[in-house]
Design a protein around this ligand. Structure first.
Ligand code: LLP
Length: 436
């Protein structure tokens, strides 16, 4: 018996069900069968698609092809060194927010001059490390940071390349925890103050003004606030040019959203990237380079988290599927009420397994430890599930809470797979602890 298989292509084009025998269909990521992968490496397991990452990066490169540009992948989003190395080989540059991230990209062979250093709280040690290694640009977030950079550069006889991150006071219309471009957020510098600071910086022998940056938020499903912010940044650049301060680049940060569920995927399908790129290249004068710092839109839909159902439990009105992944592996549902699509790795076609609405939870001792709610699934104990859209802000936000070992990560390419992070061991977990 054949039946209609769910179509996941509008979330992740590389995911598809294929019939194995007449009564079952299994999920493939590119040409790799995910259930086999789950059995080979164990669960929880993150799996990423090379094809997806390469395709997503090239959308940006093509969109900006007619303008001087730099794509600075935002390392915080997925910082596995293999992923960084892949993106480096595809020509990406990097946006880092800590010394650790800068060290990661340098470790894979990226010169610091191909990185921008962002973040509101850079320490003296981090700034010195960046300046000493000839960082491409420091995106400065406050007057105090600017003065500190100038002093540090002077102390080691270097010239620090800078850009001020302006806060354009624009509502990105996204989750409040990931909105960054409003006056009440801790990020950036309001334009009036930034104007004065640029004038001050212009007179400093150890500072070199490179650009202006901004980033208004993440998971934007409407691109008009990004274009509004771009207009403000360019107007601001022109006001600086009028007083003799030249700008080499404008950096618009990241922010373009991805689909986590079917209804979002309709909004994503309506996102007019072509219109966005053509407006961006129209707004920015030809002699000023466009830098962007995308993250989620490069890797987000290119990853899945595989997990195995341990127990099915009925409690009152609810059917719980208790799985072996938890909030320590994927904190987004608990932290932002994020709704990731959950699908079976194997579709049962015959009716021996009933379809029910499940709340998918992990084993962590907290009620907030849920991965998904209200999901129609046809599952038995021992079956495997995939949480979709788990390439971004997923593994990198994981922890050892409840002394759970961090998951393994695999990168696939066609039918080949590579283990890019071994599953953590008990010894790894306690390596830095001491009994005195
Ligand atoms: N540039 C800056 C300065 C940023 O702060 C961010 C993200 C990016 C670029 C990349 O933005 P994207 O293209 O990924 O939207 N953990 C949250 C998201 C935090 C966003 C932090 N900043 C989540 O899981 O939704």
């Amino acid at each position: 018996m054949r039946f209609m298989l769910p179509n996941l292509a509008n979330i992740t084009p590389q995911l598809s069900y294929q019939y194995q025998q007449d009564n079952c269909a299994v999920l493939y990521f590119e040409q790799t069968q995910l259930k086999q992968l789950a059995q080979q490496y164990g669960t929880p397991l993150f799996v990423y698609s090379t094809q997806h990452i390469a395709d997503s990066l090239s959308i940006y490169n093509q969109g900006l092809a007619n303008h001087k540009h730099g794509i600075y992948y935002s390392v915080k989003v997925n910082s596995n060194i293999h992923i960084l190395s892949l993106l480096h080989s595809l020509g990406a540059k990097f946006d880092v927010v800590s010394k650790g991230e800068l060290q990661r990209v340098m470790y894979v062979g990226v010169a610091a001059k191909n990185c921008v250093f962002a973040g509101v709280g850079k320490t003296q040690d981090e700034l010195l490390f960046a300046i000493q290694n000839d960082i491409g640009c420091i995106n400065v977030e406050s007057a105090s940071e600017l003065y500190r950079i100038s002093e540090l550069a002077q102390s080691i006889n270097k010239i620090a390349p800078i850009s001020l991150r302006i806060n354009p006071n624009i509502d990105p219309k996204t989750h409040p925890y990931i909105s960054t471009g409003l006056q009440e957020n801790k990020f950036g510098i309001l334009t009036k103050e930034a104007y004065e600071l640029y004038q001050w910086a212009h007179g400093q022998p150890n500072l070199e003004i490179k650009g202006i940056s901004c980033h208004i938020g993440s998971q934007l499903l409407d691109l008009s606030p990004l274009l509004q912010a771009a207009e403000r940044v360019v107007e601001f650049a022109q006001s600086l040019q009028e007083i003799g301060i030249e700008i080499e680049h404008v950096d618009f940060g990241g922010g373009i959203g991805i689909s986590y569920q079917q209804d979002e995927s309709e909004k994503i399908a309506q996102l007019d990237w072509q219109n966005y790129f053509s407006n961006l290249t129209r707004i920015v004068p030809k002699d000023i380079a466009i830098h962007i710092e995308p993250g989620r839109s490069i890797v987000g839909n290119g990853g899945v988290l595989l997990t195995q159902v341990q127990y099915l439990k009925k409690q009152g009105e609810l059917d719980f599927a208790i799985v072996d992944a938890a909030m320590n592996d994927l904190i987004r549902p608990a932290l932002y009420q994020a709704d990731h699509q959950v699908v079976e790795l194997q579709q049962h076609v015959n009716d021996s397994v009933a379809s029910k609405k499940f709340t998918v939870v992990g084993p962590v001792c907290e009620t907030s430890d849920f991965l998904a709610r209200d999901k129609e699934l046809k599952i038995r104990e021992g079956d495997y599930l995939a949480m979709l859209s788990a390439g971004a802000y997923s593994f990198c936000m994981s922890s050892n809470y409840n002394s759970r070992l961090r998951a393994a990560e695999v990168l696939i390419s066609g039918e080949k797979n590579t283990l890019i992070r071994k599953r953590e061991t008990f010894e790894n977990m306690i390596a830095n602890e001491r009994i005195t």
